[in-house]
Design a protein around this ligand. Structure first.
Ligand SMILES: Cc1cc2nc3c(=O)[nH]c(=O)nc-3n(C[C@H](O)[C@H](O)[C@H](O)COP(=O)(O)OP(=O)(O)OC[C@H]3O[C@@H](n4cnc5c(N)ncnc54)[C@H](O)[C@@H]3O)c2cc1C
Length: 309
């Protein structure tokens, strides 16, 4: 069936691979060792008409209790880290700026720290954020008034027939929490690696800035309980971030089963320890419904439901 150098497991529990720590089994779960493995997995799945889900750090998904039918591919071994010489002129831009090439499966916070602490700024704003480079690109991750789209030079991705293409940055296709991988043919692409435009900075200054951001996340309670970060997107055109709307509706601490709205942050839904994925999904619906009822505003969930709902 799937004869690869990496790992293939049947019925792998997905709660082990998500920051919510919930979710049923993946019918098939694979960790490709390299690009050839990935090509084999994707083309075989296509031939056998199996659905494929590409897993990063599992920090923005809610996997159904019944699990995921088809093949889940974990990208964690695509962990390349390569800094191109700062002195080398980039032929296209002539900017001579340092370029950082990162594998899609590398934890984005590790990439931020490795580059920042060796004197290259650009991705330092992502230090402390869970997830991989691939997941951050897919989500166009953002925080502290910066977003990953601003830093991209190009992205290499593989389609379901195993073809690799290089996508150059087109700013028009990237918006708030939206990337071209979320729609159309982009949905069928697996991100392999990406290049980022960096700048040279003082390592100690960059490290201090990163520690400050991590401390700020700690203060906001990001790491206190299993969660997936912001439960709802922030639509500031409505005049207030989602957390403020939820808090104003008195929903902090609201609980369904083992899931609750974090008492310390209204836009974080947590697994108190025994939550079923259904508890979390029902709580997301309940919170969105109550906010819509009281303000007329329909919040858009940021957490992605995955699998057989
Ligand atoms: C405590 C906490 C704090 C957070 N703070 C922030 C924040 O400040 N800002 C923010 O934007 N988000 C935040 N998040 C959410 C989350 O960390 C990000 O969205 C992150 O970028 C998701 O990456 P991931 O690798 O975990 O993706 P996953 O959750 O594994 O997947 C998310 C989506 O990306 C796709 N994907 C992943 N890798 C690939 C790939 N290689 N090729 C194609 N598709 C791929 C998946 O198929 C899925 O559709 C936070 C989450 C937590 C738990």
């Amino acid at each position: 069936m799937f004869n690869i150098k990496g790992i293939v497991i049947a019925s792998e529990p997905m709660w082990r691979h998500t920051t919510f720590e919930t979710g049923g089994p993946a019918e098939l779960y694979a960790v490709p060792a390299d690009v050839e493995d990935l090509r084999f997995l994707l083309t075989t799945a296509r031939r056998e008409e199996r659905d494929v889900f590409i897993l990063g750090g599992g920090s923005n998904i809610l996997v159904a209790d019944s699990g995921i039918r088809g093949l889940v591919v974990n990208t964690r071994l695509f962990n390349e880290y390569r800094m191109e010489s700062a002195g080398e002129k980039n032929n296209k831009t002539g900017s001579g700026k340092p370029t950082l090439i990162l594998g899609a499966g590398l934890p984005v916070s590790d990439a931020a720290w490795m580059s920042g602490s060796s004197g290259f700024g650009g991705l330092d704003f992502l230090f402390g954020m869970p997830g991989t480079v691939g997941g951050a690109l897919w989500m166009n991750a953002r925080c502290y008034d910066e977003e990953i789209a601003e830093k991209i030079l190009w992205i290499d991705a593989m389609d379901r027939s195993g073809r690799i293409s290089r996508i150059t940055m087109n700013k028009k296709e990237w918006e708030y929490k939206h990337s071209p991988f979320q729609t159309g043919i982009g949905k069928k692409l697996t991100i392999l690696r990406a290049a980022f435009s960096m700048y040279q900075g003082e390592p100690e200054t960059l490290k201090a800035g990163m520690r400050e951001k991590r401390d700020n996340r700690e203060l906001k309670g990001h790491y206190k309980a299993p969660c997936a970060g912001s439960a709802f997107k922030n639509n500031r055109t409505f005049g207030a971030p989602s957390g403020v709307l939820i808090e104003k509706c008195g929903l902090k601490g609201l609980r369904i089963g083992g899931a609750s709205v974090a008492p310390w942050h209204a836009n974080i839904i947590i697994n108190e320890g025994s939550a079923k994925a259904a508890d979390i999904r029902n709580l997301l619906d309940e919170v969105a419904g109550k906010v819509a009822e009281s303000t007329g505003f329909h919040m858009e969930p940021e957490v992605l439901p995955v699998g057989d709902w």
